[in-house]
Structures are given as structure tokens and as C-alpha cells.
Design a protein around this ligand. Structure first.
Ligand SMILES: Nc1ncnc2c1ncn2[C@@H]1O[C@H](COP(=O)(O)OP(=O)(O)OP(=O)(O)O)[C@@H](O)[C@H]1O
Ligand SMILES: [Mg+2]
Length: 412
């Protein structure tokens, strides 16, 4: 679920404080950028069943959205017993918009089962938010009721009873990337796992952006990247998702929503949204993976609070790069790999949206990094102890406009 950002801000570092914690974006300052309808009959875009996205989105009524054959309509009482009465010891997370509980359901019938038997699920129970909360809940049901991909969290069902709005997801045993990077996690994420997580999230975003009807996710951040038992990453929270521009349009205009530190500056300044806003936010996540620092951290000195602003001079200077790296990695990372990811992060967070790479290019670059590492591991395992360090000459896919990132650590 997202937060409303003050559209008058000129950059992510200027976003007003309330944007981070606003729990009632519906009351935030409306402007000419605002396109959210306040009509209670919502119409949202839809897609061809099963495939990535159909060619011609048509508006769907709330009734049509909620009758998705892919989703179960749960009764409140079922979810209450699945989570043992939403007991505090079932609580696994809290966001600005609601609480997330662990529950158990039968795999076949989807009825509540005993804890430990059947299938574990995550039940998100929205705080009563009024119209905006309902709108985001419905948007999430709409998109996740139709989009399926290994790197998008699976929505199993929903509940709408009176003022209660709930969502039932597959349970992701390793929680969110945010927990691992910034909270007390038993083991810090290794370099290889960080790359794996970045690749998973990039796959999810590429899928959305390259679907026939483009979907802009609008909420890329560490807390929305969930991890399964093997650290496969899945994007969660589709309440802010929006169809991308069609025809020869370059953007869609909309109310500015997002999270401080992650939102692209041109989007915050103008409300003009393109897939390149997701690319920017993904670049911020890459910076978080490198540094172990939050996108926006009020506990740091002023100059270091906004990660992008602080990172740019560090990443442009090879000597400063090692100081930028997460100390929990204890130096256990390939220098060349770090340079590649740092250059990618700089390109993604470049201030000119047009020059940012596409997610498919970012993905190709990250995968090439992983392939080189796997190749080197194979050689090592085969007894070739003197295998050379992995060197990536040009991770840009053939014919791509992505500049060779091994040499490009400059800030645009
Ligand atoms: N499917 C899931 N499986 C396991 N844990 C989950 C799942 N969904 C959410 N969580 C946990 O609950 C936390 C809260 O999620 P939630 O989406 O409500 O808020 P958030 O993303 O942290 O912040 P925001 O309010 O901006 O959405 C997540 O960070 C994660 O740790
Ligand atoms: Mg979330």
C-alpha cells in the first residue's frame, strides 16, 4: 500500500515528512495532478486471463474484479480462525495500511486449518482507511487476480465484509528484503544472495513493464520485495500499480504516490509517471543492497539522509566505493561485481528519466554478473583453483542502448 507524496516537492529529498508515514493519503493535498476519482463505483483496467496482459484494457466494475476465477472470496470468520483470532503471536508484520498475520488453510479446500497443517498464508488486514484504502485494496485484487509470475507474490484470495478489507497471500518464509538489510537478521545477506534478490525483483518488474499492456508498479522498495525459503524474490503490494501509457504517449498523469527516498524526482515534481519511475526506485534498492543503508534515513547527518544524494559522489570514485559498501559484508564481494552494480545503480537513478535503462536491460546486466560468477564457481569446483576473477566486459545486451557499465561510474 502506498503513501501520498506532496506533489509540490521538487525531488525525493524534498518530499514532505508526512509522505513517509501518511496513513490517510485520501486526505492529502489534491492538485491538478490528481486523477483519482472519488466516485464510489470504481472502474479499473483489466487484462486477458492467464497471459501477461491483453492488448486492450477495458474498464471492469468492482463486481467483475471480485469475481476473478483465480481468487477465493473468504469469509471474515474463516480468516479469523485461520489466524487464530488475529492473535498478536500470529502477527508477522505491520505497514502503514495494515497488519499482516500468519495463518493456515487447507491446500485443497482453502478452509481454515490447524496451525502447522495445510498451507501457510499471510493475511493482510487493512486498517479502516475509508475510500483510499478500499481503492488500493481493489487495485491489488484486480492486478494480482490476473497477473501471475514466479516473481510476483501470489494472491490467494480476499475478504470484503462491512468495513473489513483483507488480502490472503502465499506465505513468504523469509519475510521482506527490508528485514534482512535493515533489521536484526540472524545472518547478513551474502553478496551472491543480494544479486539473486536483485535479479528476482528485476524479473518481476521486467515482466510488468514488457507486458502487452504495460503495468507500472509504483511501489518498488525493500519492504515490498518478499523472499521465499531460497531467497527467490517476489514483488508484493499492487495497490498503487497503474497501467502504463499507450500509443505514442510517454507518460500517464496521476496523483503522486510512493515512499520517500524511492520516488523518481520527475514523477514527484510533475505527477508524470512512466516505467522509468520504477527503474529509478529499483536503482535505489540496488544502492540499499550495496550499502545496507535505507533509502531515506532520518537518523543520519543531513548530507547522508537521502541515499541517492549521498551515494552519487561515493560511487563515482573508485576509492570511496569500499567505504560505501555494507560493513556486514565484511569485504566478501567481488570488486568488479560491485563496480558493475554501482554503475547500474547510478544509471537507474540518473536524473534524466529517458537515459535510464529499461528493466530488461538492467536484468540482462545482473544476470550476466551471476553467470560469470557461476562459471567461475564451476571452474573452482572442477579443481581449477587458479580460475581468473570474473570480469564483465560489457553487460549490456547486444544492440542495447545501455552504455558499457564497467567504465561508466559517472553521474549523469
Ligand atoms: N506474503 C507475505 N509473507 C510473509 N511476510 C509478509 C507477507 N506480506 C507482508 N509480509 C510482512 O509484513 C510486512 C508488512 O507488509 P506491508 O505490505 O503491510 O507493509 P510495508 O510494505 O512494510 O509498508 P507499506 O505500509 O508502505 O506498504 C512486510 O514488510 C513483511 O515483513
Ligand atoms: Mg508492503
Amino acid at each position: 500500500m502506498g503513501n501520498c507524496i506532496n506533489p509540490s516537492s521538487s525531488g525525493s529529498h524534498n518530499i514532505s515528512d508526512h509522505s513517509k508515514i501518511s496513513s490517510n493519503p485520501g486526505l492529502s493535498s489534491a492538485s491538478s495532478l490528481t486523477t483519482c476519482s472519488t466516485n464510489s463505483t470504481l472502474t479499473l483496467p483489466s487484462y486477458v486471463e492467464g497471459g501477461p496482459c491483453g492488448p486492450h484494457p477495458t474498464p471492469r466494475t468492482e463486481g467483475e474484479i471480485l469475481s476473478s476465477p483465480n481468487l477465493k472470496a473468504f469469509k471474515f470468520s474463516e480468516l479469523k480462525s485461520a489466524t487464530r483470532g488475529f492473535r498478536p503471536d500470529s502477527l508477522i508484520g505491520e505497514g502503514g495500511f495494515g497488519y499482516v498475520f500468519k495463518g493456515w488453510i487447507d491446500e485443497q479446500t482453502f478452509t481454515a486449518s490447524k496451525p502447522g497443517s495445510g498451507m501457510a498464508v499471510a493475511v493482510k488486514k487493512l486498517k479502516p482507511e475509508g475510500f483510499q484504502g478500499h481503492k488500493e485494496w481493489l487495485t491489488e485484487v484486480d492486478y494480482l487476480g490476473q497477473l501471475q509470475h514466479p516473481n510476483l507474490v501470489k494472491l490467494i484470495g480476499f475478504c470484503s465484509e462491512g468495513n473489513s478489507r483483507l488480502l490472503v497471500y502465499e506465505y513468504m518464509p523469509r519475510g521482506s528484503l527490508e528485514t534482512h538489510l535493515f533489521r536484526r537478521a540472524p545472518h547478513p545477506l551474502s553478496w551472491a544472495t543480494r544479486i539473486k534478490v536483485a535479479i528476482g525483483a528485476a524479473k518481476g518488474l521486467s515482466f510488468l513493464h514488457d507486458s502487452e499492456t504495460q503495468v507500472i508498479y509504483r511501489d518498488v522498495k525493500a519492504s515490498n520485495i518478499l523472499l521465499d525459503s531460497e531467497f527467490n524474490a517476489k514483488l508484493s503490494d499492487f495497490g498503487l500499480a497503474k497501467d502504463g501509457p499507450t500509443g505514442n504517449k510517454t507518460h500517464v498523469s496521476t496523483r503522486v504516490m510512493g515512499t520517500q527516498g524511492y520516488a523518481a524526482p520527475e514523477y514527484v515534481a510533475t505527477g508524470r509517471l512512466s516505467a522509468k519511475a520504477d527503474v529509478y526506485s529499483f536503482g535505489v534498492v540496488l544502492l540499499e543492497l550495496l550499502s545496507g543503508r535505507r533509502a531515506f534515513d532520518r537518523t543520519k547527518p543531513d548530507a547522508e539522509q537521502n541515499l541517492v544524494d549521498w551515494a552519487k559522489p561515493c560511487l563515482a570514485d573508485k576509492r570511496k566505493l569500499s567505504r560505501f559498501m555494507d560493513s556486514r559484508l565484511e569485504g566478501q564481494y567481488p570488486k568488479q561485481g560491485v563496480r558493475v552494480v554501482a554503475a547500474l545503480a547510478l544509471q537507474c537513478t540518473g536524473s534524466d528519466a529517458k537515459l535510464r535503462p529499461r528493466m530488461s536491460q538492467v536484468l540482462a546486466a545482473l544476470e550476466q554478473l551471476q553467470d560469470v560468477k557461476k562459471g567461475a564457481e564451476k571452474l573452482t569446483n572442477a579443481g581449477h583453483r587458479n580460475a581468473p576473477n570474473p570480469v564483465i566486459r560489457s553487460p549490456a545486451p547486444r544492440g542495447s542502448t545501455l552504455p558499457p557499465i564497467t567504465q561508466s561510474t559517472r553521474v549523469r
